[in-house]
Design a protein around this ligand. Structure first.
Ligand code: PGA
Length: 247
């Protein structure tokens, strides 16, 4: 199964549902539709409307983040996994670099993953090295650390998707080379295998994915799909990624 996940970040108002409508009608008619899933993570304000609207359709809705407590608490503006699940989301991102840079620690991320899973949300766990780590050839150890500090053996890995997003690639138009990326994805799967004693994992790539470079990514069979930021805000760009992937 492949995944095409659109992360809208701080984008979208109720009428932006038109974008999803176009993606949904493409997906529902696509001859390859059984091979992949489409998930969109709009801002919190739109989750309920979108999740209701797409309830019996092909698109699934997820959240971009969740708070590190389970149900209700006295943290102003916080939104828990329980609350996200209650409005129809099926997935949540955890550990996006935007949130890590705003203070999310491994301990917080561990709680987020734990409580999200407990509330039957599937987790899309984001990891990635920054420019300096890459320059100092620390990519592998950074990723290993990000995984082992957050993903605990007792977590149900079947409900966790790992998204590898090099921070230097997010929103920059820069992407890793094919051989570099292939090695990194294999490394991530190796780390997961050691931790969970299992064979198959879902590992996505994210960072400046578009309709042109997806041709290169598709040659790396270890990549199980994509987390798409900028290009997910346009139905045409998002659909082009899927079309070119299966061409
Ligand atoms: P991008 O964002 O596709 O715009 O690089 C990816 C992400 O932040 O998830």
């Amino acid at each position: 199964m492949r995944y095409f996940i659109g992360n809208w970040k701080m984008f979208g108002v109720p009428k932006s549902i038109n974008i999803l409508n176009k993606i949904n009608s493409f997906h529902s008619k696509d001859k390859n539709r059984k091979k992949y899933r489409v998930i969109i993570t709009p801002p919190y304000t739109l989750i309920e409307t979108f999740a209701n609207y797409f309830k019996n359709k092909s698109i699934s809705i997820g959240s971009q983040n969740c708070y590190q407590k389970e149900q209700f608490s006295s943290n102003t503006a916080a939104i828990s996994p329980f609350m996200i699940k209650s409005v129809g989301a099926k997935y949540t991102l955890v550990g996006h670099s935007d949130n890590r840079s705003e203070g999310d620690t491994n301990e917080m991320l561990k709680n987020k993953v734990q409580f999200a899973l407990k509330n039957n949300l599937r987790v899309i766990f984001c990891i990635g090295e920054n420019k300096k780590d890459k320059k100092n050839k620390k990519t592998f150890s950074v990723l290993q650390n990000q995984i082992s500090k957050v993903l605990k053996k007792k977590f149900n890995i079947n409900n966790i998707i790992v998204a590898y997003e090099p921070i230097w690639s997010i929103g920059t138009g820069k992407i890793p080379s094919k051989s570099e990326l292939e090695k990194t994805i294999i490394h991530i799967k190796k780390v997961l295998k050691k931790l969970f004693k299992k064979k198959n994992f879902t590992v996505l790539y994210g960072g400046s994915v578009d309709g042109n470079n997806v041709q290169m990514f598709k040659e790396i069979h270890e990549i199980d799909g994509f987390l798409i930021g900028g290009a997910s805000k346009s139905s045409k760009k998002f659909i082009d990624i899927i079309k070119n992937y299966y061409r």
